[in-house]
Ligand binder design. Structure first.
Ligand SMILES: C[S@@+](CC[C@H](N)C(=O)[O-])C[C@H]1O[C@@H](n2cnc3c(N)ncnc32)[C@H](O)[C@@H]1O
Length: 232
């Protein structure tokens, strides 16, 4: 069964190392590992999920694609219950379609070998994930966005270097996105409208603290706008 990916998962797939051994954490239907093997990017893969329903769906897809001998499926909470030999063989780890905080928790759950190519696609709280990555010694090598209908997704590519760094609020909001790229620019513009909408909601509140927070959000939105103008 030929697997076709949506734009979000296609972007994740583009970041995978050719010839690598990929681990897809929170795989759900296992579309990504099946696609990567069918398209010849990887020869084998491992995929995991915490829940039985998604894992059953993953088994079904793998079976329908006839890839049982090439994709190993595991029930695991993040990296915690995976066999050590799997973790040690991994070249690429994908954690996609979850909140930024959960992705950060999954990555910090257990040590992956140094040099593993992390491909992370946070659906929410991307800034929390970016902050976690840089504070924990990962470098964000690149970041790209994908527009799919009315949704915009970001995919962060990171690697462990051991150099820890605290990101400013602005740095954690823009990540490694390059506003010269149309989709990345759209992602950043959406961030500024979200900040401005939240700020407008807050000024109607009476508390001084909320008013200050609203001002702070507007200032951050302006900083991002200026960055888009300068770099875009
Ligand atoms: C929205 S789906 C995303 C599926 C796929 N990665 C994608 O991007 O299309 C999130 C999946 O992550 C799984 N999940 C949530 N928390 C998890 C955890 N701690 N460890 C492993 N899988 C988890 C869920 O069961 C679900 O199947």
């Amino acid at each position: 069964m030929p697997i076709k990916l949506d734009k979000r998962l296609s972007l994740c797939a583009e970041e995978v190392t050719r010839g690598g051994f990929i681990l897809d954490v929170g795989t759900d239907h296992a579309y990504l590992p099946c696609f990567l093997i069918e398209s010849g990017v990887c020869a084998r893969a491992a995929a995991s999920d915490i829940a039985d329903g998604p894992l059953c769906a993953a088994h079904r897809t793998v079976e329908q694609c006839g890839l049982e001998s090439k994709i190993a499926l595991y029930k695991s909470d993040g990296l915690l219950d995976l066999p050590e030999e799997v973790l040690q063989s991994v070249t690429d780890a994908v954690v996609a379609g979850m909140g930024g905080e959960l992705i950060a928790k999954i990555i910090s759950g257990r040590k992956l070998p140094e040099g593993v190519n992390l491909i992370l696609q946070p659906n929410t709280r991307a800034s929390v994930l970016r902050r976690f990555l840089c504070a924990s010694g990962y470098e964000m090598l690149s970041e790209r966005a994908a527009v799919d209908g009315k949704f915009i997704y970001t995919v962060i590519n990171a690697r462990f270097t051991g150099k820890c760094r605290e990101l400013t609020e602005f740095e954690s909001a823009v990540g490694a996105l390059d506003p010269r790229d149309v989709a990345s620019r759209a992602y950043l513009e959406k961030e500024t409208s979200t900040l401005r909408a939240a700020a407008s909601g807050m000024v109607r509140a009476f508390s001084e603290e909320q008013r200050r927070e609203a001002e702070h959000m507007r200032a951050l939105a302006k900083e991002i706008d200026d960055y888009i103008c300068r770099r875009g």
